[in-house]
Design a protein around this ligand. Structure first.
Ligand code: ATP
Length: 192
């Protein structure tokens, strides 16, 4: 997967719409302390489906919305769009949050579930919890990780994390079908 553009509106310190084109090769983000470098990485993780406000340094998810400053009023919504090339196709993933009303996701302009966004990124071997996104303090966490957690990181990197989700879904459907078959057997034997 290659991220080509990030468009951020009303997310944390990005009060005005910001359009960041990410060219092939190495991209560096530099700036003084507190200018919003970490907010940029959080905007990426949030759009990929991050569900924990705490891991985005907030108390609730509404805290990602621009909270206002001495000179600017707070915003009512935040929206982040990622334009990425995934398996040769250009895809646009958007997450939007309205104050007090929660989040909504879109892929290529269609409303989707958070799960669909999670699967799209998991299949592309990345996502909100991908080891490819290294935030402050994360290196220490990787070194100290338990074997099972390290295995999960390797599975993320290999792009097979989405298969576990699909397997769980398929097992659920299989159990429901087995229960229906058992019911059907009962009805048939009652009629005999
Ligand atoms: P450092 O180099 O110290 O790690 P940084 O460049 O990574 O800093 P961030 O942590 O991304 O900076 O940004 C912090 C800034 O974002 C602070 O000024 C904080 O007030 C601002 N900020 C965070 N959440 C919001 C919000 N909801 N509304 C407005 N500003 C916010």
């Amino acid at each position: 997967m290659q991220i080509k553009r990030l468009r951020i509106t009303g997310f944390k310190s990005f009060v005005d719409p910001a359009d960041l084109r990410i060219e092939p090769g190495l991209t560096g983000v530099v700036g003084p302390n507190g200018c919003g470098k970490s907010n940029l990485l959080e905007a990426l993780r949030w759009t990929m489906g991050e569900a924990s406000a705490k891991s985005l340094r907030g108390a609730g998810m509404d805290d990602v919305i621009f909270a206002g400053t001495a000179t600017r009023p707070p915003r009512d919504f935040a929206e982040v769009s990622i334009l990425a090339e995934i398996s040769g196709d250009e895809r646009e993933i958007v997450r939007r949050i309205e104050r007090g009303a929660g989040s909504a996701y879109r892929i290529d302009g269609r409303d989707v579930r958070a799960k669909d966004v999670g699967l799209l990124f998991a299949d592309a071997a990345t996502g909100a919890h991908s080891p490819a996104l290294v935030s402050q303090g994360r290196i220490g966490a990787v070194i100290a990780a338990k074997p099972a957690d390290r295995r999960a990181m390797l599975e993320d990197a290999a792009g097979i994390a989405g298969l576990h989700v699909r397997r769980k879904d398929a097992e659920g459907k299989l159990r429901a079908t087995e229960a229906n078959l058992a019911k059907l057997d009962e009805i048939i034997s009652d009629q005999d």
